[in-house]
Design a protein around this ligand. Sequence first.
Ligand SMILES: Cc1cc2nc3c(=O)[nH]c(=O)nc-3n(C[C@H](O)[C@H](O)[C@H](O)COP(=O)(O)O)c2cc1C
Length: 204
Amino acid sequence: MSNLFEVLKQRRSVRKFLSKPVSKELVLTVLEAAGWAPSAHNSQPWRFIVIDNPTIRRELAEKMANAWIIDMTKDGCTVDEPKRIERKERFITAPVLILACTTLKDLIQFGDEERQRIERDLAVESLGAGLENLLLAAHASGLGACWYCAPAFCKEIVREVLKIPDEVEPAALIVIGYPAESPLMPIKKSVSEFCDLDVWGSSY
Ligand SMILES: Cc1cc2nc3c(=O)[nH]c(=O)nc-3n(C[C@H](O)[C@H](O)[C@H](O)COP(=O)(O)O)c2cc1C
């Protein structure tokens, strides 16, 4: 059990990797761990695409980087060009690149919009649980990984490049590799900041 707590505490978002390849076996191990996560009604609404084709990677990274310019321009912001290029290159060069999606295909169909929206939220939450398992399994295997939310902001572009059907929603890109950096833990809130200990056992 203490080992689990060490893994939980020591996992960090790792964004720089050695060029050392990651074996297919190890990639399958972390994907399997993702599949052990809890999910609403055990729906397991996650889908993962391991993107290893260099041409597709480049096309995806370039189109996503261009979509970012459009979004920033809409907001009246100037694009941080070095950051944009760095992020694009990261998706191209990361030893392993996995697109994480939520599938809406097997969701329970409710008769009203509100419950349907909640059911969709539950699928997104379930994917989060799967992704946390994946990140922890990567760390426990000596790998580093980082979750990037960019695909959530340009779903249609990601769908088009990877020919993803409508009922599958691109959510995140996960980069994985052997770490070339050891980030320190960023500031984390203490329990008393996110749990009101004074009202333990009573109301909010
Ligand atoms: C939903 C989600 C989206 C994230 N998106 C990004 C991202 O787009 N770019 C990035 O560099 N890190 C991203 N991260 C990683 C966070 O920045 C990171 O988890 C946070 O700074 C805490 O650091 P830690 O993971 O080392 O504890 C994301 C994490 C989550 C859970």
